[in-house]
Each structure stands twice: as C-alpha cells, then as structure tokens.
Design a protein around this ligand. Structure first.
Ligand SMILES: Cc1cc2nc3c(=O)[nH]c(=O)nc-3n(C[C@H](O)[C@H](O)[C@H](O)COP(=O)(O)OP(=O)(O)OC[C@H]3O[C@@H](n4cnc5c(N)ncnc54)[C@H](O)[C@@H]3O)c2cc1C
Length: 552
C-alpha cells in the first residue's frame, strides 16, 4: 500500500506519522513545495522578538529525521500540481530541477494548509510589506530588519498573530502601530472584552487604529480610508488566512465553509481514498452542531492524527472543535472557547452573559485580576462559551471551560467542579466557579444581570428606574454612574425599604459582589425587578466611559 501526503507541516506530518505507527508495511511519501517542514509556526513571533533564540527549536525535524524515525520520505521543494482521482495518481513538479512526474497512490492525504490573505491594496507587493506564515516569511522579515534597521513597524490586522507581533517587534525596539479594519482589536472576542485588550496595548505604547482600512502602502507607511497617514518602514500583513484548496477543487473534491475541504468525522473527503486534514479543512463545531472554519495548529495536529488512523483502518473519529484559543500580548493572556455572545445570538440562542473580575490567586501571593465573560443559554442553562483577559492562570481557566462545554455542562455545574485549591495557584472559590454561580443566579435564581451596554441604553431612554451605587461614599464621589444615588450596602436596609416596590432597580458596586448583596436584600424585601450591573462600574467604565461621572 502506498500513501501520498501533500503538505509537511502540522497536519501532513501528523497523518503520515500516525499511519506509520499503525502500519509498518506501507510506503509513505510526503510532498512539500516549501524548503521547510514540520516547523512551529506558532513559535515564530518569539524568534522575531528574541525570546526564542535557538532556531533548532523552531524547526526541530528535518527530512532525515522522518526517514530514520518513521521510514517516511519527505520530498521538499516538490509541488503537487494536480490530483487525478480516476487513475489514483498525482502530478508533481520538482521545483529545483523543473522536472514533472506522476506518482500513484492507494491512499492520499491533502494537508495543504492555508495561505495569508493579501488585501488588494496599492503597494501591498512592496519590498517592505511582508506576510507571516512560514519560516521563509520570518527569515525575510528578519533580513529586512537587519538590512534596513527600521524604527517603526505597522501591523495590519489585530487578531492573535498581529497582537503577538505587536509585543515582539516592540521587544526589538520598534515603535509599533496596529491597524484593524473592524471596529475593535481581537476581532474573535466580543467587543466588551476586546476593550480590555486595546486599553492594555495602548498603555504599552502601541498606537491603535480601528475601524480604518488601509488604502495604500508605501516605503514609509500607509494611508487609511479616513485620510489618516501612519508612518512605518516595516509593514506586516496579519489579515487572516484562506484554505489552500484549489488543487482539491480541481479534482472534484467537495468544498464547504469558507471554501475549505468538506470532511466527515474520519477526515474522508467525498472521493474514495482521499483524506484531508489541518488548515485546509472545515471542522465540526461542537456547540453550533455544524461546520465552521477555524484554522489552528492544535486542531491541525489532531485532525492529521485522525486522518492517519482512519486511512490505515483505525476507528478514531474527530469529535469537533470549540475554537478554543489563547495568545499572549506582552504580559496579557487573551483566551476564548465556545461561542461569543455575538455568535450565540446569531445562532438564535436566548443568551445570558456574565462579567466576572477576579484574581487568579490571592494578592498576597502575587495574584492579578482577570476578566471572565461567560455566555450561557437562558432556556437550558447550558454553557456556550467563555472569554478571559488576564495575567496569570488564564490558560487553566479557559481549559476548564472548554472541558465543561465539551461535555455539555450547564452554567450551574461549574460551581460543583472539584477544582484544585492552594494559595499559590487559586482562590478558595475559583474564578470558574464564580462564573457558574453568577450565571446560575441570573438564569435560575431570579438574580438577573444587566450589561453596561443595556444599562447605558436604559439611562439614555429616560425610562424611570432607580440606580443604586452600593459602595462607600468616598468611592461614589470619586466616580459614579450618571443618575445613580449612593446607598452603601450597610445602610440599604434602612433606606431602600421606603422605596416603591413597583419600581425597577439596578444595583452596582465596583465589580459586582456588593451590588449582588444589595440585589438580594431588595429581592427578599419583595421588589420584583432588580438587576445587578455585570462586572460593576469597572466593567462599565471600560465599555461606556461617557456615562461615568468622574471627580476632577
Ligand atoms: C505566526 C503564527 C502563529 C501561530 N500561532 C498559533 C498558536 O499559538 N496556536 C495555534 O493553535 N495555531 C497557531 N498558528 C496556526 C498554525 O500554525 C496552523 O494552524 C498550522 O500550521 C496548520 O498546519 P497545516 O499543516 O494544516 O497547514 P500549514 O502549516 O499551512 O502547512 C501546509 C503545507 O502544505 C504545503 N503545500 C500547500 N500546497 C501544496 C502543494 N500543492 N504541493 C506541495 N505542498 C503544498 C505548504 O507549503 C505548507 O507548508 C499560528 C500560525 C502562525 C503563522
């Protein structure tokens, strides 16, 4: 049996290695058009920034390694030009010699990955403009920096790679500007979480331009569609990727979401004996119950392994994704899993959301705050997604959420998880448990939340309601919400009992805890409609600063 694989980075090499682990009696050949194979694209930003200094760590395996360890032939600088499923063969061009030949297969794996999207803008082909996908791109950027010694860099696209490059080019001493066509950085997050990321990177010295598209790129900078001119000699395009599926399409292989290859749970395409995996494929989304396109290295490795198992007769199946991801920008960790509020609403859910500002461990052991946004289905209580922005312990919390969502947990289940606690690692009640409690209270225990945006609209509507600031007077006078009255927690039993029970009340404090305590008092007193501000005035200030009266 002869297995041919197209593409030798994450998915292709995983598929080939798994096939070899399952069967010794197979001929396995991988064709790769690039010179570099099996590298860590995810590590490249840190090599540019100098945090990773050992090139071998980035490109740990070569063709010899695959031959020796797996008896797999990896032919680099060999581009596959055509797949002929009828005669089960592929047409290959040796890019070094120019020779073209056909090779036959019994099983074929397409792991052609994705390519950067280059915006159709004048000057995008300039010598100072770079995409950042492979080792070759990275080397070209480093070479440019070495030769031209640029002082200013422009990054177009504020997703994970753009943000990672903000950090790493700053580390290299460049002054960085970040430009994003959409109205927010971190477009994968909800806007009310992305504001935390934007504020942080601006404090780190990054000039951020959102809601502005680049119209022209030159040697010295870019022009934006609002007329702004931004300087920068080095321009990096981090404007997303699209799946490499031209080859598959021409062979009659069915494509799906975003033009990615349609595969079943065994990574089979619609054509017998042809499998696909990694960034060139769509993936089944566990919550949405339908395919989406979320190209990630974690998924590429997994789907590659399943393709290798499947084609050798194994019974592994791919169970789907949640789009779980995490990245670091300077010291800040940004993570998400499952659906955002925006996606959940688009999918038709009646959504409950919570914002929770908590330390990852006690402050006396260096704990720092993280903001967690939880998204749940109001009808069933099912947890749909979580987003976290913070410093320490973000990774483990997002993975707990991902695990819980994978197994269909309800928001209320989070409180019951037996999570590890000791002061160096966590708080007695973990931030994950708090998110569950807050959502459970909102969904099942008549303790509804109001988001900053909803409260801002309510304030602007002129509708009659009572807005209670439950903090101490000194905090109130430092900053408070327009139209609020100050009734500190300790006094609220005396003051609020006089209020009209038919009124709608909104309570708030700094982060939500005291507002919740007063919400309970009001509810127990018999008031029907009492909302607590999600994430307190701090979350409000981050999202709707115009309604906050700050003492001058
Ligand atoms: C800077 C950066 C940081 C990243 N960070 C993260 C991260 O932190 N976490 C994460 O999960 N993911 C991250 N990713 C994404 C991750 O690197 C990709 O999801 C992963 O590389 C996908 O692997 P793949 O094998 O499917 O595709 P690719 O890596 O795109 O490899 C496909 C290969 O196929 C070859 N090929 C294509 N067509 C042909 C052809 N016709 N003939 C021969 N060869 C062909 C290509 O040359 C390419 O080498 C990052 C990516 C980048 C660029």
């Amino acid at each position: 049996m002869r297995l041919l694989v197209i593409g030798a980075v994450a998915a292709g090499t995983s598929a080939a290695a798994k096939a070899r682990r399952n069967r010794e009696d197979m001929e396995i050949v991988i064709y790769e058009r690039d010179r570099y194979i099996s590298y860590s694209g995810c590590g490249m930003p840190y090599y540019v920034g100098g945090e990773l200094t050992d090139y071998e760590e980035l490109v740990p395996r070569d063709t010899e390694y695959f031959k020796k360890k797996y008896n797999i032939d990896v032919l680099t600088e060999h581009e596959v030009l055509e797949i002929d499923p009828g005669s089960k063969r592929i047409k290959v061009k040796n890019l070094a010699s120019g020779a073209v030949f056909w090779d036959i297969y019994d099983k074929l794996v397409i792991a052609t990955g994705a390519s950067p999207v280059i915006p159709p803008v004048k000057g995008a082909d300039g010598d100072n403009v770079f995409v950042f996908r492979g080792i070759g791109d990275m080397n070209r950027i480093l070479d440019f920096m070495h030769r031209k010694d640029p002082k200013k860099a422009l990054i177009i696209g504020a997703g994970s790679i753009g943000l990672e490059m903000c950090e790493n080019l700053t580390r290299r001493g460049l002054q960085v500007s970040l430009i994003e066509r959409l109205g927010q950085v971190s477009p994968g997050l909800d806007e009310d979480m992305a504001v935390y990321v934007q504020k942080y990177i601006e404090e780190k010295g990054i000039a951020v331009y959102t809601g502005a598209a680049v119209t022209e790129m030159t040697e010295s900078g870019v022009s934006l569609d609002d007329g702004t001119r931004v300087d920068g000699e080095l321009i990096i395009l981090a404007t997303g990727v699209r799946p490499n599926t031209d080859l598959a399409k021409r062979a009659g292989i069915e494509l799906g979401v975003a033009g990615a290859i349609k595969v079943d749970e065994r990574m089979r395409t619609n054509i017998p004996d042809i499998y696909a995996c990694g960034d060139c494929t769509e993936n089944y989304h566990i919550v949405l119950g339908k395919p989406v396109y979320r190209p990630l290295g974690s998924t590429a490795n997994k789907t590659g392994r399943i393709a290798g198992d499947s084609l050798t007769g194994g019974n592994m199946t791919f169970r789907g994704i949640l789009g779980t991801g995490i990245y670091r920008v300077f010291e800040l960790a940004v993570a998400q899993t499952g659906l955002t509020e925006r996606e959940a609403r688009e999918a038709g859910y009646d959504v409950a959301v919570s914002h929770d500002i908590k330390v990852d461990r006690p402050e006396y052991l260096g704990g720092r705050e993280m903001v967690i946004k939880g998204v749940a289905d109001r009808d069933t209580g099912r947890l749909l997604g979580a987003q976290i922005v913070g410093y320490g312990g973000v990774d483990k919390r997002i993975d707990v959420f991902a695990t819980a969502i994978t197994y269909g947990a309800k928001a209320e289940d989070l409180f019951h998880l037996d999570l590890a606690y000791s002061p160096p690692f966590s708080t007695t009640r973990d931030p994950v448990a708090y998110t569950g409690m807050i959502l459970d209270n909102a969904i099942n225990r008549d303790r509804p939340l109001i988001t900053p945006q909803e409260l801002s609209e309510l304030i602007k509507s002129g509708e009659d309601f009572v807005l209670i600031d439950t903090r101490e007077p000194d905090q109130y006078y430092t900053s408070h919400l327009e139209k609020s009255e100050n009734v500190p927690h300790a006094m609220c039993r005396d003051v609020l009992v006089c209020k009209d029970k038919e009124c709608t009340f909104v309570t708030y404090c700094n982060e939500g805890k005291t507002g919740y305590a007063v919400q309970n008092i009001l509810k127990n007193y018999g008031i029907e409609k009492v909302y607590n501000l999600s994430g307190g005035i701090r979350n409000y200030l981050a999202n709707c600063p115009e309604d906050v009266i700050v003492k001058k």
